[in-house]
Design a protein around this ligand. Sequence first.
Ligand code: 5GP
Ligand code: MN
Length: 326
Amino acid sequence: MRPPENILEVLKNEDSFLILTHSTPDGDALGSSLALKFLLRELAKKAEIFTEQPIPSQYKFLPEIEKIKNIRELPLEAFKVLILVDCNNPSRVDNDKKLVEKIERFSGIKVIIDHHIEDKRGDFNAIKWIEPEEAATGIMIYKIIKAFGINLDYAMATALYTAIIIDTGNFQFDNTSEHVLTIAAELVRAGAKPSYIYEQSFESWSLNRFNLFVNMLTNVEITPPLAVGYLRKDDFEKTGTEESDTERFVEFLRTIKDVTIAALFREIEENFFKVSLRSKGSLDVNPIARAFGGGGHKNASGYRIRSSFEEAKNKLIEVLKSNQML
Ligand code: 5GP
Ligand code: MN
C-alpha cells in the first residue's frame, strides 16, 4: 500500500521531528529511523533520533548512528511532531514507566509508522500507518521516500537494506516475498553492499557474546515441538554482556527439525524476564505473546514477565497447550 496522504502531509508541512523507536532497538528500528531522518533532512527539516543507549555494537557501522541521542535526555518540548517508528505503542519505547508517561503526554502531532500488529491499549491518539503485512518498517520508509520522489542515496540504501535483512533473517523468513526482494535489489542499485552489511550485522559478534551463546546452549531444554533457552542475570555478568547481545539467539533454537516453537527467557532483573518466541510456517505465536501482554508478528513475538524462571516457563507451556500448540 502507498503511504497515507495524512502522513505525507505532516512530513511536508511541519518542520521539526522527533523520531523514537522501541527499546532494545534492532536493525529495523535503527535503519528505519535513520532513513526517515535522512529523508527529512533532504526535505530541509529538523529531525533527531533518541533511543536507549548503548546502541548494540553490530549497528555501529550504520551511517550517522553516532548522532543518535540518549532517550534519558529527551527534550520533548523542542519538537512539533513525534514519530514512533517500528513500534505502535509508547509503552514499547522504554521500560521506564515515567518516561513512557512523559511521551504519552506529548502535546504536538503524533505519528506512528509500523509493521507490528496493532497494540490498541492506551489512548495515544496518533496519525497511524500500520501494515502488519510488510516484512519490515524499512519497506514503509522506502515507500515514503519514493512518494516524495527523492533519489535513494548510499546512506538511505544502507540503512534500509539493514532494516530489511534483520527482519527477514537475511531473506530467509516466511515474510521474504518478491516485493521484498525487488525493493532490496533497488537498494543494492542505490549503493547498499549486501555482503558488507551482512558481515557487520550478523558476523561481528564479540567473543563475550559468543561465550554468552555457549551458555545459552548449555541451558537449552528440547522437548519437540518446543525448545526453551534460558539466560540468567549471572550469565550476562559472567560473560560481560547485555541483553542486546542475545539478538538472533532464539533463531538458533528453531534450527532443529522437529522444533517448531522456540522460546528464549532472558533475566533482565531478578525474576523479570524478557521472552522471545519464534515459530515455523503457519504456527502463530502472536496470540501467545499477547496472552502475556506482549505482541509482535506471526513467527516472531515477545513479552515480559515478572516471576521465577520455572513459573514463567510453566505458564508458557500452559498457554501453548490451551492454544493447541503443544
Ligand atoms: P524479539 O524476540 O526479537 O525481541 O522480538 C520479536 C518481535 O516481537 C519484534 O517484532 C518485537 O517488536 C516484538 N516484541 C518483543 N517483545 C515485545 C513486548 O514485550 N511487547 C510487544 N508488544 N512486542 C514485543
Ligand atoms: Mn521491524
